[in-house]
Design a protein around this ligand. Structure first.
Ligand code: HEC
Length: 138
């Protein structure tokens, strides 16, 4: 399923990245329409290490649980609304105690996972308001 706006956004971001490269600017990717705040993703890493990393590893490459980074992860969750991923995490994870992670922490964890999959930081925190956004543009 392709909708116009994420594709358009991707083109814009790609163009912006190209310009940044030409100008020799090397900065963390912070897009106006990014997905989460950098602070949220950084906080999410702490929560992830405490509550998810024992099965998914701190580098998200997977152990008892599957990898949460890379092509297989994106093949499963890409092109779906963010809510699909969040709902899975909320209802099934952590596998030993599903639903035990408070929403604000789980959103931060999700921000960290998206960051590790190449999605850009922006000015707004990830949360319910972004639920219907499709996981395509980075
Ligand atoms: C006790 C081990 C364990 C812990 C802790 C755990 N997971 Fe998992 N996780 C699994 C297993 C096993 C699966 C595969 C089960 C399935 O797909 O139904 C999985 C699957 C997933 C998936 C789907 C991956 C995919 O592409 O199919 C996500 C996302 C996920 N976990 C996120 C989390 C998050 C976020 C946390 C921490 C809040 C967490 N998990 C904690 C074991 C664990």
């Amino acid at each position: 399923m392709l909708s116009i706006s994420p594709a358009t956004r991707l083109v814009k971001l790609t163009a912006a990245a190209g310009i940044a490269c030409l100008a020799g600017v090397v900065e963390p990717s912070v897009a106006a329409d990014g997905w989460f705040t950098q602070a949220q993703a950084t906080q999410g890493q702490q929560y992830f290490n405490n509550q998810c990393a024992q099965c998914h590893r701190p580098d998200l490459k997977g152990a008892a649980g599957p990898a949460l980074v890379g092509p297989a992860f994106l093949a499963t969750w890409g092109n779906k609304p963010l809510s699909a991923l969040y709902t899975f995490e909320h209802t099934k994870m952590p596998a030993v105690n599903p639903g035990s992670v408070p929403p604000d922490q789980l959103w931060a964890i999700t921000a960290f996972i998206l960051e590790k999959n190449g999605f850009a930081a922006g000015s707004a925190a990830l949360g319910d308001a972004a639920s219907s956004r499709v996981l395509t543009s980075k």
